[in-house]
Design a protein around this ligand. Structure first.
Ligand SMILES: [Zn+2]
Length: 182
């Protein structure tokens, strides 16, 4: 299993923080992915010409334009949370691995592919969609994974992963048990 080094994780966090600032989406909860794409001249298109078949999404750089092709199948169930996760992941490849994107060497499938690039794109998506400070702030308000999922518009597995990464605790439980034990 390949893991990212601490330095690289910090670097990715810095890159996503700068993207949020440059796209005027810092402190926006949840950040608007459409605005991030348009601020960076990245186009999100439905793959109507079948450039991808088995994958769910694929980033491309064509005529110096960055494009994220989405398999129409992704749009069918109108699952915003899943689409946001997929688009943020592909943005990760465009920002972190432009050379690989140019050679058409990455695509999205939901089976976790265990390469450094895939891990980096996952980490990028987590940092971009769930910035640390705001995530922590709202966790302290909600202390509930389902409420967090609805609020941040991401699948619950991302919420769970971020809670674990940041070492956040559910503070309500001890208080509740205190009350119940009286
Ligand atoms: Zn990927």
């Amino acid at each position: 299993m390949s893991n990212l080094g601490k330095e690289r994780i910090k670097e990715i966090e810095k890159i996503t923080a700068n993207i949020l600032i440059d796209s005027n989406q810092n402190n926006k909860c949840p950040p608007d992915l459409y605005k991030i794409c348009s601020a960076n001249k990245i186009y999100v298109k439905r793959d109507l010409d079948n450039k991808i078949s088995e994958e769910l999404a694929k980033p491309a750089i064509e005529d110096n334009k960055s494009i994220i092709y989405l398999n129409p199948i992704v749009m069918l169930d109108n699952d915003k949370k899943r689409v946001r996760k997929i688009v943020a992941h592909e943005l990760g490849h465009i920002f972190l691995h432009p050379d690989k994107v140019k050679t058409q060497n990455c695509s999205y499938s939901e089976e976790m592919i265990d390469t450094i690039e895939e891990k980096e794109a996952e980490t990028f998506a987590e940092f971009l969609l769930l910035p640390e400070k705001d995530f922590e702030l709202f966790w302290n308000v909600f202390e509930d994974k389902t409420k967090m999922e609805e609020f941040w518009v991401v699948p619950q597995d991302m919420i769970s992963k971020r809670i674990k990464q940041l070492g956040l605790k559910n503070n309500k439980e001890p208080i509740l048990s205190k009350i119940l034990n009286k």
